[in-house]
Design a protein around this ligand. Structure first.
Ligand code: ES4
Ligand code: ZN
Length: 324
């Protein structure tokens, strides 16, 4: 079964590129750019990855991203993930980046987007991997800042397929970003948002009804509302579920408590993704393997989950047909 999982071509729809920063590259960049990090060794970094909640992770994740300064750093970060795609047989990936994490430190928008885009171009050329970039607004910041970021992005619109919403969920509901999502929609961006990772179903309703999003990132709290479950099933709204992430951030106590199999059996449009794989103990294959080892997931389930990912991706219908 593990071999079966590894050899299947897959798509990934929920991956924060900053969350694929491996301790080895963090260490190397901290030296290359002379940026201090609060760790003496690579082992120290790994030991710090012990989270109790989303916020406890975000504090460490934002601190780690400070080593990214030059275009080459964003290229190296993205290229390392591309090599993981090859290893995991990921043939299509839609990656998130958080511009504000970097622009707030004085890094130019152009530096970030060009570094990422060049690595993705090389991924297409060298390995045939197709991809898209989704820019996420940080929800702990205000809407004014998100609007500024959207304006900065317009110059690079050809590289950015969609916008999303991430960071500290509790206390920062989707409705806080109504205007910026409306503007992004007018400009033709695809729309997604993290919702129902830690917060209750009202955040998912808001993301759907106020932001008009096309995919829900996480959404594992949906099971708390029958009304929502029925709607998600009927409209086949994709959920980009990240099992390892949910376990590492204590959304579920342990793997056997994870509800992905229940969501799948209810016929929701569920997909499997790695979120921040460097921080959450494994890339996409490892997420599938953990599901198989803990949740009685069948071969049929795995095929369904992977088909859901291709179907829910933002690629053209003709490319979808090639992949499925
Ligand atoms: C994130 Cl797991 C998760 N949730 C919300 N925001 C994020 N940014 C990076 N990973
Ligand atoms: Zn995420």
């Amino acid at each position: 079964m593990i071999e079966f999982i590894k050899q299947l071509p897959k798509a990934e729809l929920h991956l924060h590129i900053e969350g694929s920063l491996e301790p080895e590259l963090m260490f190397k960049l901290s030296r290359r750019n002379n940026i201090e990090i609060p760790y003496k060794t690579i082992d120290d970094i790994k030991k710090a990855y012990n989270f109790t909640s989303l916020q406890s992770f975000l504090d460490i994740y934002y601190a780690g991203a400070k080593v990214l300064i030059h275009k080459q750093d964003f290229y190296d970060l993205t290229w390392d993930y591309v090599l993981k795609c090859v290893e995991n047989n990921i043939v299509h990936t839609e990656i998130f980046f958080d511009p504000q994490t970097h622009t707030h430190r004085g890094i130019e928008f152009k530096t970030i987007i060009e570094g990422i885009q060049e690595a993705l171009n090389d991924a297409k050329e060298k390995f045939g991997i197709t991809s898209a970039i989704i820019m996420c607004f940080l929800r702990h910041l205000d809407q004014e800042d998100a609007l500024k970021t959207l304006n900065q992005a317009l110059e690079y619109k050809k590289y950015i397929l969609g916008v999303g919403l991430d960071s500290s969920e509790l206390g920062n509901p989707p409705s806080k970003f109504e205007e910026v999502f409306k503007k992004a929609k007018e400009k033709g961006f695809k729309l997604v948002a993290h919702a129902g990772e830690e917060a209750d179903v009202s955040y998912i309703f808001e993301a759907l009804d106020i932001l008009s999003i096309q995919r829900i990132d996480h959404g594992v709290q949906s099971y708390k509302s029958d009304e929502l479950m029925q709607r998600l099933k009927k409209e086949q709204i994709p959920l980009t579920v990240c099992p390892n992430s949910n376990i590492e951030l204590k959304v579920f106590e342990n793997y056997s408590q994870h509800n992905i199999k229940k969501l799948l059996d209810y016929d929701l449009n569920v997909t499997v993704n790695s979120d921040d794989p460097s921080y959450f103990k494994g890339y996409l294959n490892q997420n599938f393997i953990n599901l198989y080892e803990n949740l009685d997931i069948s071969e049929e389930d795995i095929i369904k989950l992977i088909k859901n990912s291709f179907n829910s991706s933002f690629i053209s219908e003709s490319l979808k047909k090639q992949y499925i």
